[in-house]
Design a protein around this ligand. Sequence first.
Ligand SMILES: CC(C)(COP(=O)(O)OP(=O)(O)OC[C@H]1O[C@@H](n2cnc3c(N)ncnc32)[C@H](O)[C@@H]1OP(=O)(O)O)[C@@H](O)C(=O)NCCC(=O)NCCS
Length: 389
Amino acid sequence: MTEIRVLTDEAQYRAHSTLFRRAMHGGPPTDEQWSVTLPSYEPDRALAAFDSVEMIGTTQSYGSSLVVPGGARVPHGAVSRVGVRADYTRRGVLTALMREQLSSLPDPVATLRASEGRIYGRFGYGLAGRVRDLEVDTRRAVIPGGMTGRVRMLDQDTADKLLPELHEAIGLRRPGQISRWPGWWARQRDRRTEAENSVTVVHSGPDGDDGFLTYKVSPEKDFQHRLSIEDFEWATDDAWRDLWIYVTRLDLVDHVETEVPLDDASGWLFEDPRVVHTKDVFDEIWLRLVDVPRMLSARTYGAVEPVVIEVHDDLLPANSGSYRVSADGAERVEEQPDLTIPVDLLGAVYLGDTTFSQLAATKRIEGTRLADADALFAVAQKPICGTFF
Ligand SMILES: CC(C)(COP(=O)(O)OP(=O)(O)OC[C@H]1O[C@@H](n2cnc3c(N)ncnc32)[C@H](O)[C@@H]1OP(=O)(O)O)[C@@H](O)C(=O)NCCC(=O)NCCS
């Protein structure tokens, strides 16, 4: 019989990490890798499934905060290291892990990255944010005008010290962004060291440091090179533009690639908008509303007539019920609903990536007042997380 336990010591954490890596077809962590991984284990947040004494499945969360529409930051569980031992799959092990994790999570919302699109909907996670994979042809890219600030390159040690502070100082700008935890930065430092040619530059404007960018350059055929942006944060439009000027004017770089939100404006930077290509659009944020009343009250809404939304949540039934949503907020009501939605799809509309009308058109939900519901949940900026975990 499957039993779910909270892990408490380093030996268990290492077994947890090994099981997850094997589920993803990797090997166990080396001692060096383990020293980097250990800080990412936080008390009470690593769960494992056991068959008697054998560990057969894993999940974990990192404590963080999430920006919701309107700008509030809400405590957030970043769920990761989900895996089931290959000889135990399709016997309900993940179902048991998810049930326990969601019912004991201290945070009102969880997000994760999904290895496959069909796994998490049944556990109430909805596809809440997609990103565009952008490529810029730098041989033809011209950004008119010069830089307004200064870009300087950091050595690895300085970057390790400066980036966590700078990230926090820059702040979180868009719905979907999350704060980063110490274990995330430890892993990031390791990635930069592994890559060897990883470069970090910082931008300063009139008020000091206000943006940074981490990238690496890889050779392509015919002596061409591709620059991949790995981390890009900025506080001002000028910092954003100057850092784009920096990467597109580098010697021996033919292409720049990066991930941007669906409504990214970088095409407007260039004299010729055709230098920017969308290579792909893919799902980034899968979001689970763990405490629906709290999360509905946490975000802001457009100024239209209230809409009554009935929510269904089989896994966390306390969330099921009707909520009247208006520009003044959200409250639980005993009223005839205008529309009905399962909790995973409420997660999908929550950050503004998709709309009630799109879900109704595709027969995923039913109801009336769809245009008003869309206007209530409309966002000024499309969501992006930008922090891989
Ligand atoms: C994905 C994974 C964790 C699922 O674990 P599991 O214990 O087999 O899942 P369960 O048995 O609880 O499955 C619950 C349901 O989800 C379905 N399901 C699970 N994984 C699925 C998948 N990859 N694709 C489609 N359906 C899936 C099952 O068929 C089952 O459906 P049913 O209730 O209608 O029979 C496991 O297959 C795994 O470790 N995969 C490799 C690592 C990985 O991708 N991890 C996720 C990282 S984000």
